[in-house]
Design a protein around this ligand. Structure first.
Ligand code: GAR
Length: 214
């Protein structure tokens, strides 16, 4: 009988990497089980997330779109690296590039993203990072939050895995709201989703809705 090893994860990042840090801490503390972070891949060589990975002894690499002559050749290079790592799950943790379509096709329901709002609110083109929180405050919502979802061909539209709401407070700025949503939602539900997937408890039904088994 062959025993299947830990789920191999490639984490894609662009910036500070606090969500990456939450994942690394959760693996260390046993809140994410049966999972190995095989690599951290950035589109941006200056991303602090790369430093966090290296400090943790994790293979960290930059594959920058600017280094390729076309979007297709960038996509091919990124896919080659992800394939080479024998990746079971791709986690977008603040990855601000749209995933090339050849990767979305090859890794159907094996790519997850964290979005800093309750999808479908404040999602889609132009809604990333602080822009999301600026829009939420401008609209005057009383509740926002975060969503973990599978990635399909359309930005922020794939099946929703987990959501966590967070209260907006009087006097919030985009920065204070972003921080509260990270602390109370993102850093919890992203590690949780990875653990559930590693345990084989997450599936997608015929309506494209996520089912989480007890
Ligand atoms: C996070 O808030 C994440 O939800 C958001 O970027 C931030 C990255 O922070 N992602 C998006 O807006 C994707 N549309 P981090 O690098 O500290 O994890």
């Amino acid at each position: 009988m062959t025993e299947k090893g830990p789920m191999r994860v490639a984490v894609l990042v662009s910036g500070g990497g606090t969500n990456l840090q939450a994942i690394l801490d959760a693996v260390d503390q046993g809140r994410i089980r049966n999972t190995e972070i095989a690599a951290v891949i950035s589109n941006n060589k200056d991303a602090y997330a790369l430093e966090r990975a290296r400090r943790h002894g994790i293979y960290a690499v930059t594959i920058a779109p600017s280094g390729y002559e076309s979007r297709a050749s960038y996509g091919a290079a990124l896919k080659e690296e992800i394939d080479r790592l024998h990746t079971d799950l791709i986690v977008l943790a603040g990855f601000l590039v749209q995933v090339p379509k050849e990767i979305v096709e090859a890794y159907s329901n094996r790519i997850i993203n964290i979005h800093p709002a309750l999808i479908p609110s404040f999602s889609g083109k132009g809604y990333y990072g602080l822009h999301v929180h600026e829009a939420a405050l401008k609209r005057g919502v009383k509740v926002s939050g975060a969503t973990v979802h599978f990635v399909d061909a359309n930005l922020d539209e794939g099946p929703i895995i987990l959501q966590q709401s967070v209260a907006v407070e009087e006097g919030d700025t985009p920065e204070t709201l972003q921080r509260r949503i990270m602390e109370q939602a993102e850093w919890k539900i992203l590690p949780k989703a990875i653990d559930l997937i590693a345990a084989g408890r997450v599936s997608v039904d015929g309506r494209n809705h996520v089912i989480i088994r007890e």
